[in-house]
Write a protein that binds this ligand. Structure first.
Ligand SMILES: [Zn+2]
Length: 250
C-alpha cells in the first residue's frame, strides 16, 4: 500500500502537449508542414506563392507570411519576388517528411488495411514522428515501394522506369485507360477521395472513361463517378487507350 502510494505521488504530471510539437527531425510540426506544402506545390508544377501555400494549408494570409519570414530567417526557404523556393536544407527536410508520409500511407493501406481515402490525413500525423531507424525498417517491410497508394513517387526509392502519364483533362473521347496517379492536392478532399474509392477509380486500376454533359464519367469495377474538368486535371492516366469493352494490354 505504502509503496503504491509513494509511486503515485512520484508520478509527474504530464504537461499538456503544446500545439507545436517538436518532431523527430527537431523542427516543429508546422515547419515541416510548410516545407512539405512548398515541395508538393512545386512537384505539381504550380507556381509557389504565399497565396497557394495558404490555400493548401488552410491558413490565413497573415499567418502564412509570418511563417515564411521565419523559414527564410532559418535558411529553409528563399524568396525571389513573390516566388518561394526551398533552400538545400529546406529541400532535404521536405523530402524526408514526404518520404515518411508516403511510406506511412503504404503501411496504412497495404498492411493495416485502412481505407485508401483515409490514408492521407492519417499519414499527416505519422510523418512527423517516424525516426530514421523506423523509416529504414518500413522500406524493408514494404519492399521499397516506388509510389504511395495515390501513385505519387516516394523520394529516395530505388529508381525504376517511370510510366508515361498524362492528365485526364487532356484525354478527349471515350476509352479504357489505367489510372496512374492522383494529385497530392486532391488527397485532402476526403469526400471526392471516398467517391473515387467506392467506384474503384484509384491508381493501378483500369477505368472506362466516357465524356458526358456533366463531365467525364469514370466507370471502375464497383461503380461510376463523374468528374469535372477541374478534377480531371488532378487525375493522371497511362498513355495506352483501348476502346470501351476491350481489355488493356499489360
Ligand atoms: Zn498523401
Amino acid at each position: 500500500m505504502v509503496a503504491r502510494r509513494a509511486e503515485r505521488c512520484s508520478r509527474k504530471l504530464t504537461p499538456r502537449r503544446a500545439r507545436w510539437v517538436l518532431t523527430e527531425s527537431g523542427y516543429h510540426t508546422p515547419v515541416e508542414e510548410y516545407l512539405e506544402a512548398v515541395y508538393a506545390l512545386s512537384e505539381e508544377g504550380t507556381a509557389v506563392i504565399a497565396a497557394r501555400v495558404a490555400e493548401r494549408l488552410g491558413r490565413s494570409a497573415p499567418s502564412v507570411s509570418e511563417m515564411l519570414d521565419r523559414l527564410e530567417v532559418d535558411g529553409l526557404v528563399e524568396r525571389s519576388g513573390r516566388t518561394i523556393s526551398l533552400t538545400n536544407t529546406g529541400a532535404a527536410l521536405a523530402t524526408t517528411v514526404i518520404r515518411r508520409h508516403r511510406l506511412a500511407e503504404r503501411l496504412l493501406v497495404d498492411v493495416i488495411g485502412l481505407e485508401w481515402h483515409k490514408a492521407h490525413s492519417e499519414a499527416g500525423r505519422w510523418e512527423h514522428v517516424i525516426s530514421t531507424e523506423v523509416e529504414a525498417k518500413l522500406i524493408e517491410l514494404l519492399g521499397d515501394p516506388a509510389t504511395c497508394p495515390h501513385g505519387n513517387a516516394i523520394p529516395g526509392a530505388t529508381p525504376r522506369p517511370r510510366r508515361e502519364e498524362r492528365s485526364l483533362l487532356g484525354f478527349v473521347g471515350d476509352g479504357t485507360v489505367e489510372l496512374l496517379r492522383i494529385s497530392e492536392a486532391l488527397e485532402q478532399d476526403v469526400e471526392i477521395m471516398s467517391a473515387l474509392e467506392r467506384a474503384s477509380a484509384i491508381p493501378g486500376r483500369v477505368v472506362e472513361v466516357r465524356q458526358g454533359p456533366l463531365g467525364r464519367s469514370l466507370e471502375g469495377a464497383s461503380g461510376v463517378v463523374t468528374v469535372s474538368d477541374e478534377l480531371a486535371a488532378m487525375l493522371f492516366i497511362g498513355t495506352e487507350v483501348q476502346p470501351i469493352g476491350e481489355r488493356l494490354l499489360g
